[in-house]
Design a protein around this ligand. Sequence first.
Ligand SMILES: [Zn+2]
Length: 81
Amino acid sequence: MYFNQGGFIIVHILRCRDLGFNDDFIVIDADPKKAKEKMIEHVKDKHKDEFEELSDFHQEEIISKVDYLLNRGCGCGVLKL
Ligand SMILES: [Zn+2]
């Protein structure tokens, strides 16, 4: 699903750092669902140990933060290319 507005494609950017992990991994995707999938895949791959040590509550919190970052309407998470 692409959002075309006036010829611009809106892309969603997720930074691993915004989720509280200490690296520079960034997901850029026009599809928020794919961006979420990629970020969660990355977290479960690269931060497997850290992530699995977290309680269910904190795991949920990180995943809902991904949703929050994708859904916020301001310019920080959404960039026009
Ligand atoms: Zn990371």
